[in-house]
Design a protein around this ligand. Structure first.
Ligand code: FAD
Ligand code: SF4
Length: 334
């Protein structure tokens, strides 16, 4: 690991002012916030990330989970994944989020990992993590080793000719289905970014993964009130039952009234270059009876735009089955 300066932030303003000096908020940033460190330190050891200054934000007051007056939830950026997963309001009103968090990593990692760190975790593409291999995301213009190379675990939705890396987070998939909003404080003030707009498609600039600018500090995430009468499920399919990233996953929130689906929120993980909300699946489900046929139609709609690579065509069928089964679990009689 290269030498770096570690500073402890004593206020949001100080953290933002320090990080705002960075040339970029993303790849190659010379100033980085550190929260749990489970992504950043890993990448610094691999020399994929080489910040010269690391700002410890663990002492900022960003660690609260609170109900909002409208019945929603505010989640502080530094709330640990384990605390969030076991919070009574999350278990009661947003079980899909609790299930997604508990399906990720290990108990020890979840005790360290934070909400904002999880939102910003980086791809597990092996070319990205090895500095001697070509990777447009790590080193723009160097090529994409995964296209035509080892791409079994990579994306089939939202890919570009420059990058096919999967967003690896489980939490992000649940947040997409819950229509979360990310709150950011930066050098130019505060703003609220819907999760759907927070992560960027790779396009020609895969090194740019989110809308964050230099100095932007995520302060909290909000969730709207739960859909009335809804049930939710997170289903994750992977090579082994624990300590593994998703090959395909589905987060679904479904309300059924008088035998018809009145509202549906659907997001997929393990298959998209960003947490993949599927309006197509949601429209296919709305006003339908919950049945294997309607679930299959929704799954077909969600994967219609899939573009497989040399090793990951199996993900199309896997993701369809994953989504159909999650919908069945969310709508079966209690
Ligand atoms: C072995 C292993 C297995 C894993 N398995 C899974 C899995 O199955 N599923 C899954 O979803 N995840 C998995 N993870 C990833 C894990 O969830 C993330 O590493 C973790 O959530 C990152 O959180 P952190 O607080 O440690 O982030 P850090 O490493 O501290 O930070 C990550 C990034 O976020 C930035 N950042 C942090 N806080 C803020 C803030 N408030 N504002 C702006 N920027 C900020 C940092 O600058 C850095 O760029 C795994 C990780 C490991 C090491
Ligand atoms: S898929 Fe993206 S992260 Fe992986 S090698 Fe290609 S450019 Fe790099």
């Amino acid at each position: 690991m290269k030498a770096f300066q570690l500073t402890r932030a004593t206020s949001d303003a100080q953290a933002i002012a320090t990080a705002a000096k960075s040339k970029t908020a993303q790849q190659g940033a010379d100033v980085r916030f550190i929260a749990g460190g489970t992504t950043l330190l890993d990448l610094m050891k691999l020399q994929v990330e080489q910040p010269t200054t690391v700002v410890d934000i663990n002492h900022l007051a960003l660690d609260k989970v609170e109900a909002t007056p409208d019945g929603g939830l505010t989640i502080g950026a530094s709330v640990r994944n384990s605390d969030l997963a076991h919070h009574p309001l999350v278990k009661k009103n947003y079980p899909v989020l609790s299930e997604a968090l508990l399906s990720g990593a290990s108990a020890q990692l979840r005790n360290m990992a934070t909400t904002a760190g999880n939102l910003l975790q980086r791809t597990r593409c092996l070319y990205f993590r090895a500095t001697d291999l070509p990777c447009n995301k790590r080193e723009p213009g160097s090529g994409c080793g995964a296209i035509g190379g080892a791409n079994r675990s990579l994306a089939i939705l939202g890919t570009s000719e420059k990058c096919i890396a999967t967003n690896p987070s489980d939490m992000n998939v649940a947040l997409a289905a819950l229509e979360a909003v990310v709150h950011v404080r930066g050098a130019k003030g505060e703003r609220a970014v819907p999760l759907a707009d927070f992560h960027l498609l790779p396009g020609d600039t895969p090194e740019r993964e989110t809308v964050l600018e230099p100095g932007d500090l995520i302060t909290h995430v909000t969730l709207p009130p739960p859909l009335p009468g809804s049930r939710s499920v997170y289903l994750k399919l992977r090579d082994r039952a624990s300590y593994e990233f998703a090959l395909a996953s589905a987060a679904v929130v479904v309300a059924v009234v008088n035998g018809r689906i009145t509202q549906a929120r659907v997001a997929l993980g393990g298959v998209g270059t960003k947490p993949w909300r599927s309006p197509e699946a949601e429209s296919a489900l709305t006003n339908q009876e919950p049945s294997p046929a309607s679930f299959q139609k929704a799954a077909e709609a969600a994967l219609r735009g899939a573009k497989p690579q040399s090793q990951n065509a199996f993900k199309i069928e896997l993701a369809k089955r994953c989504l159909a089964h999650a919908l069945q679990l969310a709508t079966q009689p209690a």
